[in-house]
Design a protein. Sequence first.
Length: 757
Amino acid sequence: MNNANNIPVIKDIVLIGGGHSHLSVLKYFAMHPVPGLRLTLITRDLHTPYSGMLPGYIAGHYQYDEAHIDLRPLAQFAQARIYHAEVNDLDFENSNVICAGRPPVHFDFISINIGSKPGALHIPGADNFAIPVKPIDRFLTQWDQLTDKITGAKNDFHLAVVGGGAGGVEMALATQYRLFQLLQQQNRSNDFLSIDLYCDSDRILPTHNKQVQKRFSHVLQQRNIKIHINHRIKEVQQSYLLNTNGDQHPADAVLWVTNASAPAWLANTGLDVDAEGFITVNDYLQSTSHENVFAAGDIAAVVNHPRPKSGVFAVRQGPPLARNLARAVQKKPLKAFSPQKNFLGLISTGDKYAIASRSNWSLEGAWLWKIKDWIDRRFMDNFNILPEMAQEETPRFNHAMADKQTLHEISAIAMRCGGCGAKVGSTVLSRVVNRLQPITRDDVVIGLADPDDAAVTEVPAGKLIVQSVDYFRSFIDDPYIFGQIAANHALSDIFAMGAEAQSAMAIATIPYGIENQVEDQLFQTMSGALDVLNASNTALVGGHSSEGAELSFGLSVTGLANREQVMRKSGMQAGDVLILTKALGTGTLFAADMRLKAKGRWIDAALKSMLLSNQAAGFCMHDHGATACTDVTGFGLLGHLVEMTRSSGKSVTLDLNSLPIMDGALEMIKTSIFSSLQEQNVRLRRAIKDPGELTAHKHFPLLFDPQTSGGLLAAIPADNAKACLAELKELAYPASVVIGKVTDDGESLENVTLIAD
Ligand SMILES: Cc1cc2nc3c(=O)[nH]c(=O)nc-3n(C[C@H](O)[C@H](O)[C@H](O)COP(=O)(O)OP(=O)(O)OC[C@H]3O[C@@H](n4cnc5c(N)ncnc54)[C@H](O)[C@@H]3O)c2cc1C
């Protein structure tokens, strides 16, 4: 079903790239939803830097969130799925978008807004020694390293900026401003730092008028930034640049801000591209070769209206692109868009001062920067401050979107049976199963490949069977990631017991829909689960699927263990330390995500933690002599800890200050956003011995925060704790930490003592 309403998905538009044009597309569909239309945004980065504010961000005038648009809440506001992935191909034969690291994504229409990257990066040495200014997120990481390197430099440092367009000039000035500020804070002179600007044309800012060029030449001169015109760089080395005349220039770091170029993969997709590899589009922003493909921003070359690659044009193309996508999907005639020829450019000089440029006219002043700042902030508010949306009561889809077969399938959905009839159809199921490739194991006698009534597995002599089941509703609109997390969550019980997972049975409820949608959802969910099962050498041996109101998925997992290998909750010994392997916070973060209050990067980090298998941690705990172990899930840290203390007859002291906390969790708790399970979990606070003022400790509420695919909590003999922690970190459980210790007085019902050391 489409989130916006309870009617099936009929058409899929896949938005590739979260660029400036797609911001408006998302906003447009949020305000004008098309029932039956599903949007999916696939983006390499979750935060789009607003081009107008980028130099100001580099100069230090803006914080990260002031200069970036958070795509996750915006996409959710538009009821769009957001997939954090990089697209690297298009499969027109099967109507699939191909991404790195996840199954293909079906499309009926595609819109491409993936920006560009600096050109000429293929010259010798550029790969190793030049820092391209795009992709911007990667640049920003390198920029932080570079500022550390430069501010820590003991000798003369030569910084080269290659590219004399607006981007290069702004970058040189912003960079210098920021570095000088940092050096001043350290009471250091800036004499040792020189900045050189290289451009291959005979003047800087060649696409702007002479006045603008003059003004900027003057500013650069005043700031001791040396301009090198007619310098085409042909090689970059660790400490110098070479130009085509053979001149060598010192360069300890090189920022690469040359003309925009297109990613190479596009040219191999079959789409029409121009000589430089940009997608050629007509006046409707529609590909000249594929009528179900649209493109905008830097990546598009509008055949009839060539314009410079600039954020301004990408922004302007957003609304017409959105309208044409909505029209195309509803089979309405498209509307031509003609971009204006001239536009007002406000180019900053690094120091809260700007120079205006429009055709043959120019002005400058600090007041212009103030106006630019005001315009830019207003633009950002449009996308970062999202209004509450009222849901339409009984939306109807435009019948033009669906063909005869689809209409027939939609009418059949209303008459779906319950009971066995609620099963996913056998052809859909067998098509999905045929596409899955579960691992095989010698101890699986009858598995998925053999059509029988039940799976049959062997229990090797001397082994015990360890069994567990988990099943829950999807909390994210990404079936592939959900499948992975659900599988990790289910396997975690087995690993917490110190067992090896042998086989699993899946149970899936797929939202009602037309056949190909049901098949796709099932396939994506199962693929996610299977990736995790296969990675842990667990054979998928069967399952059951049905259709229902919403996507839910779970697994029944069977593990194997030697009797002496089994770790239980009940073995804690006085003197043991408590080790937790993952940070807390998924409950509050995903409650906030549903309300569009969580930042995309917090959710991304939380998802990464949930995708981390507990397998290696379980074996590590066992090897370091764990006396008790459990996984932290729905009852929260305290709930699961109390299960351990009560069954072990021991007490524990828990240090609130040591709890590992996910980014954003404290902020969300401060705004009183909790999971719906929090209240039930809080009832267990009676196990805490007089917490006194520690109830006001900022970490206190996180004791009750329910976790999905949370970490392992184990009691480890104190002597082994150091080695165990070191190994956990090596095994890529970076949040692992000692959070408390086990004491002996296990009589009282209040057997958890809180401290804040
Ligand atoms: C230093 C500098 C300063 C600039 N200053 C200005 C300015 O002041 N004003 C101005 O108008 N322009 C400016 N520009 C130009 C401006 O940045 C670009 O023209 C603008 O960003 C292009 O926007 P876009 O929407 O095409 O793509 P972008 O804003 O670059 O967005 C591309 C998006 O696509 C995603 N993406 C990329 N590849 C993939 C993939 N394969 N799969 C999935 N997602 C992908 C990225 O993560 C990103 O979300 C500046 C450029 C630079 C380098």
